[in-house]
Design a protein around this ligand. Structure first.
Ligand code: PLP
Length: 372
């Protein structure tokens, strides 16, 4: 199988699996118990916490581990609303955000929060002037992602954070697709990240919180994460996240250059007739979302079962619904149904990617001929 679905998840790095292993076997103690073994597990978690914190490159805040980035985003949104000062009851977000943001915002809107969802331009970029016009003193939080999971398009996060702060609002950034791949933008007060997108294990994410911007607790219980989040932490998952973050930081330039080369090779191998969805200039290049007139993407996927690629986000692929992100770019139903996403990164071999792209192009071409 050729794996081209790096936005859905990434292969666990061998060094990460190795680091996790002892904590799955004999070093199984509860990290919150006072025994010597418990203390050792707790110390390993603290090392992992500082590795993740350091890899973010962000200053003046702290990391809280969560069960996923979805949880981190739910917590950030709902816990910030919980702490809202009187008169600030408005959230601004963007139409191309991940479901974790959009669905949480909708849930809050059903409970009285004033929600504004801004459109994007045909390149997938937020119009900053539009945001400026919307910001007023009722806005509590602005939520914008750094890299889009479906189309790879980036947003000017630091500029948006400055604008939010000037209006007295906080900013949440979903940095799940950016962390470990690009430098994280400075400025947001709350940043959600996930281990399994950076060659770490599934089932662990984190919320980076600027000092003073900590949301109210969302999951109640033992208060294990400094009273802010409850639940026994998993030493193996935390250690895996820490090792993955450290590796991503050490390999940042190498991984970035590799991805740039892969992008060039993929575009060349696909040949003419494909249109890139979303901005080419403002983009993480490990995400190649493309469409082609007359192609049935679902059939393409079925015809090429030994290549793992997708129709958009893993969630959208399963639902059969056209992607809300492609719709936000202005694509019609047919254009969305002829779009595919190829995602590649650290462990993708160039010759495999080229082979896959040539086969995708050949099958697409055959479809066109058949349907002509
Ligand atoms: N945000 C973005 C942009 C994502 O791509 C994902 C995962 O697909 C998430 C949030 C949710 O992350 P997790 O799988 O850790 O819940």
């Amino acid at each position: 199988m050729i794996y081209l679905d790096y936005q859905a998840t990434t292969p666990v790095a061998p060094d990460v699996a190795k680091a996790m292993h002892p904590w799955l076997e004999d070093r199984f103690a509860n990290p919150h118990s006072p025994s010597r073994w418990g203390r050792e597990a707790e110390a390993a978690i603290e090392v992992a916490r500082s590795q993740v914190d350091k890899a973010t490159g962000l200053k003046g805040g702290q990391i809280a581990f969560t069960g996923s980035a979805t949880e981190a985003i739910n917590w950030a949104l709902k816990g910030t609303i919980e702490n809202a000062p009187k008169g600030r009851n408005r959230i601004i977000t963007v139409a191309t955000e991940h479901a974790a943001v959009l669905d949480s915002c909708e849930w809050l809107a059903e409970r009285g929060v004033d929600l504004t969802v801004l459109p994007v331009d045909p390149e997938g970029r937020l119009d900053i002037d539009l945001l400026a016009r919307e910001l007023d003193k009722r806005v509590l939080l602005v939520a914008v992602m750094q890299v889009n999971n479906e189309i790879g398009v980036t947003q000017p996060i630091s500029e948006i954070a400055d604008m939010a702060h000037d209006a007295g609002a906080l900013m949440l950034c979903d940095a799940v697709q950016a962390f470990g791949r690009l430098d994280l933008c400075k400025g947001p007060d709350l940043v959600a990240i996930s281990a399994h997108k950076i060659h770490g294990p599934k089932g662990i994410g984190a919320l980076w919180m600027k000092k003073g911007a900590e949301p109210a607790p969302f999951i109640h219980g033992g208060g294990q994460e400094r009273g802010l989040r409850s639940g026994t932490l998993s030493p193996e998952l935390c250690v895996g996240f820490g090792a993955a973050a450290k590796l991503a930081e050490e390999r940042a330039n190498r991984d970035y250059d590799h991805v740039q080369k892969l992008w060039g090779a993929a575009v060349k191998a696909l040949g003419p007739g494909w249109i890139i969805n979303g901005s080419v200039d403002h983009r993480y290049k490990g995400n190649l979302n493309i469409r082609r007139e007359g192609v049935d993407a679902a059939r393409l996927l079925a015809d090429l079962r030994d290549i793992a690629f997708s129709l958009g986000s893993a969630c959208a692929s399963g639902s059969g619904r056209p992607s809300h992100v492609l719709r936000a770019l202005g694509l019609d139903y047919r254009e969305s149904r002829s779009s595919i996403r190829l995602g590649f990164g650290r462990y993708t071999k160039q010759h495999e990617l080229v082979d896959a792209c040539k086969r995708i192009a050949a099958v697409a071409h055959a479809q066109e001929k058949l349907d002509a």
